[in-house]
Design a protein around this ligand. Structure first.
Ligand SMILES: [Zn+2]
Length: 366
């Protein structure tokens, strides 16, 4: 998804960063070494040290989806769809559902500690919603096509839309009995719904995922249980589940963007992971092209020592060459990663804009 992609080593940081541009933003991506909230928090901390003027943080990758949500559970999430974590029903957009206190005889009382995305990112999300309602619609299909065009035949297949016939939603009570085998040949296909039997809201054309906005559940445990998934939806209004965002959102007003690759049940497999990672990344690209690249402080830390300047002094105002730089966090599973976008372009673009700027900023010398 990057223009002019390359890699960058930074002194005193043993991580290799992937850097490039998206429109007028400089972008830095890091791949998490393993799944989990702490590795994600550590990866972002290292990145912030190496790129101290990061402005926006995006967490991009895959997730398990709640098949239906909303009033009367009418909204349908199908595999390949994108979920964007935005504030809803009094929640910030990401819930760390295993973080809280065991009190009395009761269950875990979840302590909401996650932040909502920054005003700049939320504005971009809303602007993109209105762009998608217009005749031209989303550019996601175009970006998916461009992504695949740059890959060799074998890699390309991993990012194709597998198609509706591979999207099986099994009955909640029907369990996958052997994790060493695929559903095909093991599970009874008559116990699964295909999209065509899930109504009009589950219909999708190839490469045209729907975008859902709501609350994302984050914790260190993999959810491979429809019962647990449904419980989390009922308790926290969670519409998809992943394992990194809470490590970022506890400190930053980032935005979490997830492609749905399974239904977080016992039948989950990896078939949709590549495509779902690609749809989330394509959405991230479209969003960044709508995000003004001017200065300002969009990413705010909730840590007091960040605000009083023991470390954050100069965070926004160019402590080094990455003056006015921005950040994002891109996380492809099989490649969780951060994407940060830096810019040195200043305020020459009036927000909001859509499409590539005429002046292309250059990477500053490191
Ligand atoms: Zn199965």
């Amino acid at each position: 998804m990057l223009e002019d992609p390359t890699t960058m080593e930074v002194p005193d940081d043993d991580v290799l960063y992937h850097v490039g541009r998206i429109g007028s933003h400089f972008v830095v991506m890091v791949v998490c070494p393993r799944m989990g909230i702490e590795p994600a928090a550590t990866a972002l901390a290292n990145m912030r040290r190496s790129f101290p003027n990061i402005k926006h943080v995006l967490v991009v990758g895959i997730a398990g989806g709640m098949p239906c949500y909303g009033p009367d559970l009418q909204e349908q999430i199908v595999l390949g769809d994108v979920v964007v974590g935005v504030p809803q029903h009094g929640r910030g957009g990401v819930t760390h559902y295993e973080f809280g206190a065991w009190e009395g005889q009761k269950e875990l009382t979840v302590k909401e500690h996650t932040l909502h995305p920054s005003a700049a990112l939320l504005t971009a999300v809303n602007n993109l919603r209105s762009v998608h309602m217009q005749v031209a619609g989303s550019k996601i299909p175009r970006y998916l096509e461009e992504l695949r065009r740059g890959l060799n035949e074998r890699s390309r297949q991993a990012y194709e839309d597998p198609g509706a016939e591979y999207d099986h939603l099994f009955e909640d009570s029907y369990l996958h009995t052997d994790r060493g085998r695929f559903c095909q040949g093991l599970c009874d296909a008559t116990r699964a719904k295909l999209r065509k039997s899930r109504g009009k809201r589950a219909e999708r054309k190839s490469d045209q995922p729907h975008i859902h906005h709501g609350n994302i559940g984050s914790a260190n445990a993999v959810v491979r249980s429809s019962a647990k998934r449904n419980e989390l939806h009922a308790r926290h209004n969670i519409i998809c589940l992943e394992m990194e965002a809470a490590g970022v959102m506890s400190d930053y007003q980032g935005l979490v963007i997830r492609g749905v690759c399974d239904y977080a049940d016992s039948h989950k497999n990896k078939k949709w992971q590549g495509y779902a990672a690609a749809t989330a990344a394509a959405y991230a690209k479209e969003l960044l092209l709508l995000l003004p690249a001017g200065g300002g402080s969009s990413t705010e830390s909730s840590l007091p020592d960040e605000r009083n300047g023991t470390r954050g002094d100069g965070w926004y105002v160019g402590r080094d060459q990455f003056h006015n730089s921005g950040g994002g966090f891109m996380n492809f599973n099989m490649g969780a990663g951060y994407q940060t976008n830096n810019n040195t372009a200043g305020n020459q673009y009036n927000a909001p804009f859509y499409g590539h700027p005429s002046a292309i900023p250059q990477w500053p010398k490191y």
